[in-house]
Design a protein around this ligand. Structure first.
Ligand code: ZN
Length: 109
């Protein structure tokens, strides 16, 4: 489990009793299992009870929530890259411009 205390969301700790936070921590997956579940959730639909426990864990652990956001971003970026990769990289520069760039680089070495 990651450092749950430092991962607690500040606004949550202001109003949620510590006992409730510990109760949530007890009945939700630990951070190690959360990383595994986050990865699984990107590939397949998880059971509703697992999904709900993950959402509860996000209430008390900013680290796992950030991890899930980062994984979702990487997944979406990979999807966009895969979509656009077929058309990107086909542009070429003229032989004159290429020689000019080579000469410019050589002069700076
Ligand atoms: Zn966590």
């Amino acid at each position: 489990m990651c450092d749950l205390q430092s991962g607690l969301k500040r606004q949550l700790t202001d109003w949620l009793p510590r006992r409730a936070i510990l109760l949530i921590a007890r009945y939700t997956p630990d951070c190690h299992n959360m990383t595994r579940l986050v990865s699984q959730s990107m590939d397949q639909r998880l059971p509703l009870s697992t999904w709900a426990r993950m959402k509860l864990h996000y209430l008390i652990c900013v680290w796992c929530e950030r991890y899930a956001e980062q994984i979702a971003f990487v997944k979406s970026a990979a999807r966009v890259f895969a979509t656009n990769s077929a058309t990107s990289g086909t542009e070429t520069i003229s032989p004159e411009k290429k020689k000019s760039l080579q000469a410019d680089i050589a002069s700076r070495l």
